[in-house]
Design a protein around this ligand. Structure first.
Ligand code: DLL
Length: 433
């Protein structure tokens, strides 16, 4: 097994339970004594740190969410004075205020550790050259990738986003063997390589660590076939640490949560009570070892299920299913719940459809309408009306049977929809709700 920290990644569930219990007791005392808004929440809930004696008591604690970050913007949830903070990151959210987080030196060490585990699980070693194509800046992708590769001792190419043709020249000429970027950007790179007439074998790339947005197994197959690489899903969020919260191993049967640091819960979206293993719900994380922003029971809005069974790879760390989307991205169209990733699954099973698509939702009178714009692959003869009609019909009927929703399908010539270097935008909701 390719494993960075076997002691932590394969310890018995009993030992892990003991470690988590020790850590949560300390974390709650730490937060209670240092973060006034959270102490107030605990007081309001009638809880004192003494009530938390093991990880099983976690459910007694109040939740935190994006509104706590917005209300205490920018530094109100920091548990340390600014002189101990050595880096700041932020992400924008739907509250209109950036979610700002800080890292102490020990937080950065923790980030390096969990990112090293992520890359090592995909076989990265000192011998690799890691092309970091996540954005550097307030976004956590670039620095997270950088720190993980640095801890392993791989050679880092800190290219960031932008100028795709130059990226490809660098990939080829520098002999990069590993890459990290969003799946949308990986696809764009694949497409540009094809357009430049470069044979993927001229590029030594072996492995990709793709995340920061939902992507389907169909998208994975497409990327792997076009680039001849193996890909691993990586998950994380700024509020918890950035990338490095959960990662795929070779078994690719869910993402291992770095559970010795971030305790996962899956909550029923209505009752907010934990649901059994295998049931989908909202993911929440408790940071047990962070110094600057140790959020407890942070509601991510991401939808996934969890399993605690030992993985075929030998790791004992719990696994979450590939996140399908966020509760705030879930569309309700004529009463039907739709995630863009469901549409992606359908399209990628249709050879004439490319993975570039856009969902346009509108309301005509009292009725919601859904139009799916789909780019065709370059080999479809766009002047043969009959062929186009057949493709359109095929997509419409498969969307209908998968989503249980009738949609208008608009076929677009190749290269019509915008390409992205970061997270894809696939929905335009024109309804004035
Ligand atoms: O996207 C951190 C990251 C960077 C993760 C690079 C992986 C790779 P934020 O910008 O704060 O942080 O966005 C976090 O992105 O709550 C999910 O909704 C979504 N997300 C992240 N990774 C995945 C994934 C970074 N693998 C939000 N699958 C999260 C699905 C993901 N959604």
């Amino acid at each position: 097994m390719k494993c960075w920290n076997p002691e932590m990644e394969t310890m018995s569930r009993d030992e892990l339970h003991t470690l988590q219990s020790e850590r949560i007791v300390k974390a709650v005392q730490y937060v209670y004594s240092r973060v006034n808004p959270y102490r107030k929440k605990m007081e309001d809930a009638g809880i004192t740190p003494g009530d938390i004696r093991s990880i099983d008591d976690l459910v007694k604690l109040p939740f935190t969410d994006k509104y706590d970050l917005a209300d205490n913007y920018p530094y109100g949830l920091f548990a340390v004075p600014m002189r101990e903070v050595i880096e700041l990151h932020a992400s924008s959210g739907t509250t209109g205020r950036q979610k700002v987080v800080g890292y102490t030196r020990s937080d950065l060490d923790l980030w390096r550790e969990v990112m090293a585990r992520t890359f090592a699980a995909g076989g990265v070693t000192k011998d690799d050259i890691m092309h970091v194509s996540y954005g550097y800046g307030l976004f956590t992708g670039g620095f997270g990738g950088h720190y993980g590769a640095e801890r392993i001792g791989a050679a880092i190419v800190p290219i960031g986003t932008g100028n795709t043709q130059r990226q490809i020249t660098v990939l080829r000429d520098f002999g990069c063997t590993a890459i990290c970027c969003t799946p949308s950007y990986m696809l764009y790179i694949a497409e540009t390589i094809e357009k430049m007439g470069i044979d993927p074998d001229e590029i030594k790339l072996r492995v990709g660590f793709l995340g920061a947005e939902p992507w389907t197994v169909e998208m994975r197959d497409d990327i792997e076939r076009r680039l001849r690489i193996r890909t691993y899903d990586i998950y994380g969020l700024t509020e918890v640490i950035g990338p490095g919260v959960a990662f795929e191993c070779d078994a690719r049967a869910g993402l291992h949560v770095n559970e010795d640091h971030f305790y996962p819960e899956i909550l029923d979206p209505d009752t907010l009570l934990p649901v059994p293993d295998g049931t989908q719900g909202e993911l929440a994380f408790t940071c047990m070892t962070k110094e600057c922003v140790p959020l407890l029971r942070y509601r991510t809005r991401d939808i996934a299920a969890v399993t605690h069974e030992t993985c075929a790879c030998g790791r004992t760390l719990a696994r979450i299913s590939k996140p399908v989307g966020r509760t705030d991205d879930m569309l309700i169209i004529r009463g039907v719940n739709v995630f863009p990733s469901q549409v992606e699954s359908v399209l990628l099973n249709i050879p004439e459809a490319s993975p570039y698509y856009m969902l346009i939702i509108d309301r005509v009178g009292a009725l919601d309408t859904l139009e799916i714009q789909v780019e065709l692959t370059p080999d479809v003869p766009v002047d043969q009306i009959r062929t186009l009609e057949t493709i359109q019909k095929k997509i419409r009927s498969q969307v209908d049977s998968t989503l249980g929703l009738a949609a208008a399908i608009r076929l677009l010539p190749p290269q019509t929809l915008p390409r992205v270097e970061g997270k894809a935008k696939r929905v335009e909701d024109r309804r004035k709700l």
